[in-house]
Design a protein around this ligand. Sequence first.
Ligand code: UD1
Ligand code: UDP
Length: 361
Amino acid sequence: MNKKLALIFGTRPEIIKMAPFIHEAKTRAFNFFIIHTGQHYSDIMDKVFWNNLNLPDPKYNLGVGSGTHAEQVGKMMIGVEKVLAEEKPDYICVYADLNSSIAGALAAAKLGIPIIQLEAGLRSFDRGMPEEVNRLVVDRLASYFFAPTPLQQTHLENEGIRENIFVVGNLIVDAVTENVKKALATSSIMGRLGLERENYFLATIHRAGAVDNHQNFQNLLNGLALIAKRYKLPVMYPIHPRARKNLERVTLAADADIRIIDPVDYFDFLTLVSNAKLILSDSGGIQEEAAILGVPLVTLRKNTERQETLTMGSNVIAGFDPETISQKTEEMISRERNWRHPYGEHVAQKMCNILEKVLST
Ligand code: UD1
Ligand code: UDP
């Protein structure tokens, strides 16, 4: 396939999920290059994943960094537009619903460059979330849609999109399967943190609606405290920089074992997920990883765009109320773990097979 592709992304989850696609594109000698927007830039949110996943350096790093949504998206669009105008790719690829995705998609659409959306059709039906706004716009602008499961195809069809939808699974499956064995064999995090299998909970809370709203953040931390006390186990919380910035506005219960640690690399994180008794999280990608690795998860939000994890039984919605979080945790701990995830296998290969066919006509 000799068409030229620009891959545009810039955050931790995109780096992780794009990695299998990049490896497959490299194996097939696709003509592609990477534009890193610089949305994530701290080593532990960025560089460590390029190293973990053995990724080629981006050809461009726009170094945009943090800001309000308009500042961040605006700067990214300006940078992406310059590169696209010079490089003239035939297509761009973006992933899902990040500010990097909407900026890449808008800049490309205005230059008439068709967009390939690698995670299309997810919907939380909650426009209060910046991610929902981003995915609605990116999916509107895209020409090719890789949908993880038939559910996302239905969402797209309900919005009038009929063509070029390919249900292939989610790249997170490749990311997990390619890395979990190595993670379990090489990561020393369990020993470093003094943990044993299923003798701790794992928590991540980072979403704007959870941590920038101090009452919500406080409620969620109170929920974690209830669980730590009830089960007499530590709650390990690798903290995202957005959440860390808000820590001074909340209080941690002195009598509960909540251990806040820096974010960790992918091998350490997969190890923590695999061995956890249960995960409490507002992350999107971690709902999928937990489902794939067979670990129960309680979602610390009022909704999810990963509804299939609720149907299969690996995930439950708890919202922000501490008592409800504690009840849902109890319910999930006793739930039988006989679920099968719907996210497919060999997803990058399937995507590249389709691109070879569709883009060479
Ligand atoms: C973004 C995504 C979110 C995703 C998350 C993954 C959007 C709208 N949001 O949220 O969907 O779940 O990434 O982690 O795209 N910061 C650092 N170092 C970094 C990056 C950020 O210190 O490398 C701090 C800055 O203070 C920044 C804050 O974190 O203001 C938030 O970063 P930002 O990129 O705006 O959004 P995320 O919360 O990371
Ligand atoms: N992750 C990681 N280290 C951490 C926390 C998360 O490697 O300390 C990985 C995790 O395995 C998953 C991805 O980061 O693949 C999820 O990113 P995040 O929760 O920030 O974003 P979301 O998926 O919610 O957009």
